[in-house]
Design a protein around this ligand. Sequence first.
Ligand code: GCU
Length: 620
Amino acid sequence: MTNYIMKKIAGLFLGVLVSVSVFAQGQMQEDKAEAESGRNGFSSPDFMTNIDGRQPIPLSGKWMAIIDPVDFGIGSWAAIWKDKTPTGKTDFYEYSFDGLQLDVPGDFNTQLPELKFFEGTVWYKRIINYESKENTRVFLHFGAANYISNVWLNSELIGAHEGGFTPFQFEITDKIKPGKNTIIVRVNNERRADGIPAKGYDWLNYGGITRDVNIIETPETFIKDYFIQLSKDNYETIEGWIQLDGSANSQTVELSIPEIKLKHSVITDADGYAEFSVKAKKLQLWSPENPKLYNVNLTSGTDRITEEIGFRDIRVAGPDILLNGKPIFLKGICFHEESPVKASRATSIEDAQMLLNWSKELGANFVRLAHYPHSEHTVKLAEKMGLMVWSEIPVYQGINFRDPKMMEKLDFQLKEMLYRDKNRCGIIVWGIANETSKNPARDEALADIARRTREFDDTRLVTAAMNNWRMSPSENVARIDDSLIESLDIIAFNAYVGWSNKWPAEPGTVKWEIPYDKPVVFSEFGAEALYNHHGEADVASSWSKEFQEQLYRDNLKMFEGIPNLRGTCPWTPVDFRSTRRLLPKLQDGWNRKGLLSDKGQKKRAWYVMKEYYESKEKNY
Ligand code: GCU
């Protein structure tokens, strides 16, 4: 049964569900749970790949809005459907979308002072005029909205989504009308014990429609998805698969890369699926020094789409990470998706450019996009700039792995990340967790997630930023102890030695015992310092540039004693906002571990890190 038919049934099911709920007020809570489930009735993500390749119709700009702190709107369904102004003398109504306006894309927290730390529901409304076209399917596509979203079109619930950092879409072919249509979106960003991430995190919980919203039009049968990679067996073969969606599924699809005069045709089966493997001589492999991308064209009988795709091989061999067969050192930096200058969620290509430019200026060849999948702007731009990428799902610290629904949610959010970015050769590492405490449920779930990641994509490395290591002060030795390592290609861990973990002896002399023949990456280290704040270099509470500088020198000295070290990722290029960091005069709502101030001013530790990466250039 094709996705298209499945969608129609699911749409019908959702329609029936919602209409019942109006009259069965007693079932409201169940219906609310259902609407919030975020499953859209599908067991795996159901969005198309490469929307940039489809001339999207952007719905960016001002949307009407309602702040709904007690979630009144979804509690009484009628409120959503009474999306109209009173006409008769006796009409009762007590809310309106005509008050506020919010920018989309954009977090709502930074658009109104009363929303600064708001965690709750905001309603959005957009009226669009649509011109229907023959033999055209229509989709409403969201780049992301944090955290739970419910979407209505012309007062009909068309679906829900859970997760704050990955795309979701709904087919509206049979629902959108010629002329005026009303889109209503409820977004709730409350932290949840059963969420991914859960309730505690060290960044500002930016809520709202934080990425682009587009109308996407496709032919009746279109090229919905594809995975195009360099073969793992040899550098002169490209392989992968193509998935059509529509009623005419069995078609000839041509793959072409004009620059290397490659043309190859396949015939998709009754489900619209075909695999391919084709010789590709004279490919220039993607690398930081030569971030080569090719225009790859896919043409079926009814559709054509183009995407810039690069080809490279990444693998580990013992303690080495090999890019295209050559050992590399990951000169990394970790950052959040935030524009410190705007003090808001980063939403534009310009925001992404600023963060990536800082990374390049530091001498990085690798960026860890913490702690959730960043926007496609950032991932595509990093690839073009020759920056290798670690992309991760928001499995952050206090996840409730014992929750019976957690595996389904983990799988869903993992697949959304993998599906969206599987053709981004710049991504060399999938991160599946950050600082999760060891327990049987977590150990089992993450080992399974690592397996599922490789099952879908065996062309990249899998890791997790762990913090299950212990310092033995008497021995001046640190030991890592985490069974998850067996499931990972790279041993990555976060260690704030000299900050939250005291130096047991002479700074920089800690020895690390890591009894594995695998590459090691320090996925976070650093300390806080307020720009232009001077103090003693050996006094942690000084929050001084001198202290941060010395800590970096001591950590780099410590790294020299780690034989399998193949990468470092300081935390973080620039100060960022966090509701956890409220120390007056020093933090005031900002995490100050940046090598740059929130105004982009260089602290002294910036120069230490830059010098280290330049030295790596010469002797690695
Ligand atoms: C942790 C965590 C980060 C956090 C950092 C810090 O390692 O992964 O998200 O911001 O420490 O304490 O600054």
